[in-house]
Ligand binder design. Structure first.
Ligand code: URA
Length: 441
């Protein structure tokens, strides 16, 4: 088979065959196709889109590029939750310990932050000593013992995605519905989970800008999961502002602790309870959401959910005693960004805030760049709130040597908050649900 002909066919809008897609994935994974041809292929795919069959075959070939994880030795149904990515999205750190405290075995493979979006692994690594490179058997053993493990993706699992994702990130081909669907679903299928709950984020901090795109992506991913025989459901959530207030690895972990201690922020608490409750239902509990949510609230109130997160961190080598905020933030400067006028917060430029954290070294622009876990941002306002001139909009956490650089950019940060004289209608956090009986949206 000839890669140039395959690129040409896709460029000209022809439907690729299962064999052509399998050839591309195998040959690129095995370094037989150079990056420049793979980049041309991806761009053709991005611009032309893909049929259902092409997306399914691409996913299937990616699954076959590596080994499959076998979770069958763990008793009970294994349910995974996965987000398409966002800013301030620390939901895996809150909803999964809560679901584990409710008795669900959770074996989760997470990713690192890329571009403007954060990644659960980076947040976990803000705990000194934390090991997110457990072997498959270590991971299974830990889930057997404490019911919860969040780990990095092993090298053997979907190696095709590791290469393709890194290439997409630097060729402006991330935000493609079929490519995102194949990337995420291949990893979920290979990770051996029985059921999958997807968080499809939509808005100016997500890869999908509009609700219509988000719903299209959600339906496609649900269909792929079902075709592999894995029950898959999706919740489309609002990412038109960061989730919670904290953006940045340590700050987000601290906020996750706070949520599991029973405190705010309200949006994080609401989604934490909602996602965990949906997972409990997917595990076979036939109670309604209004019955399950109070039970889960109780697991937060009595400290069980937080205990589960602590147990996991400690079990994976994390030294949680060293997370005392005074020590952690000792060398960190805090700078407030103030409102330049009165008004209601109409827009928060979420992606730009995510990129600002990256430029403070809180995220990475290239796959293996080292990051600074302590830097970040903390929103002082959310959309719809009324602020007066001089009131804080944002708190920046940066290193001493970044102070001047941040001070010079305060006016840019100010502009990321658009203020309006008119009060805005409040927006829903959950925009749509796909696959559930009592559906929202
Ligand atoms: N997360 C992934 O794992 N893949 C994508 O393509 C986008 C988000």
């Amino acid at each position: 088979m000839n890669i140039i002909e395959i690129i040409e066919r896709k460029r000209d809008g022809k439907e690729l065959t299962c064999e052509e897609l399998a050839f591309f994935v195998r040959a690129y994974t095995e370094d037989e196709i150079p990056d420049y041809q793979a980049a041309a292929f991806l761009m053709a795919f991005y611009l032309r889109g893909a049929s259902w069959k092409e997306t399914f075959y691409l996913t299937e070939s990616m699954v076959k590029s590596g080994q499959l994880m076998d979770l069958s030795s763990l008793p009970g149904l294994k349910i995974d939750k996965h987000s398409t990515g966002g800013v301030g999205d620390k939901l895996s750190l809150t909803a999964l310990p809560l679901a584990a405290a409710a008795g669900l075995p959770i074996a989760k493979m997470s990713g690192r932050g890329l571009g403007h979006t954060g990644g659960t692994l980076d947040k976990l690594e803000s705990v000194p000593g934390m090991n997110i490179a457990l072997t498959e058997s270590e991971m299974i053993k830990q889930v057997g013992e404490i019911g919860l493990c969040i780990n990095g993706q092993t090298k053997e699992l979907v190696p095709a995605d590791g290469k393709l994702y890194a290439l997409r990130d630097v060729t402006a081909t991330i935000s493609s519905v079929p490519l995102i669907a194949a990337s995420i679903m291949s990893k979920k299928i290979a990770s051996g989970t029985d059921k999958i709950l997807l968080d499809i984020t939509v808005g100016n901090g997500a890869f999908m800008g509009t609700l219509a795109q988000g719903v299209e992506l959600a339906q496609l991913m649900v269909q792929i999961g079902q075709n592999f025989g894995r029950e898959t459901k999706a919740i489309v959530t609002n990412m038109d502002q960061p989730l919670g207030n904290a953006i940045g690895n340590y700050l987000e972990l601290r906020e996750a602790f706070s949520c599991l201690e029973g405190n705010g922020p309200e949006d994080l608490r609401q989604l934490t309870l909602h996602f965990a409750a949906r997972m409990v239902q997917m595990a076979g509990n036939s109670k309604s959401m209004s019955e399950i949510i109070p039970e889960l609230t109780q697991l937060i109130e009595n400290g069980q959910a937080l205990k589960r997160l602590h147990l996991m961190l400690e079990k994976q080598g994390g030294q949680i005693d060293s997370l005392d905020q005074k020590d952690y933030l000792e060398d960190v400067e805090q700078i407030l960004v103030l409102a330049e006028k009165d008004g209601f917060v109409k827009t928060i430029e979420t992606k730009s805030l995510g990129l600002f954290v990256v430029s403070l070294n809180g995220g990475r622009m290239t796959k293996d760049a080292p990051i600074d876990h302590a830097v970040g941002l903390e929103l002082q306002v959310k959309k719809g709130m009324y602020v007066q001139r001089g009131q804080p909009l944002l708190r920046v956490y940066c290193r001493k040597n970044q102070r001047e650089w941040v001070e010079e950019r305060k006016y840019i940060l100010q502009k990321h908050f658009v203020l309006n004289a008119l009060e805005e209608r409040s927006e829903d956090l959950i925009l749509k649900e796909i696959g559930f009986e009592e559906v929202q949206g």
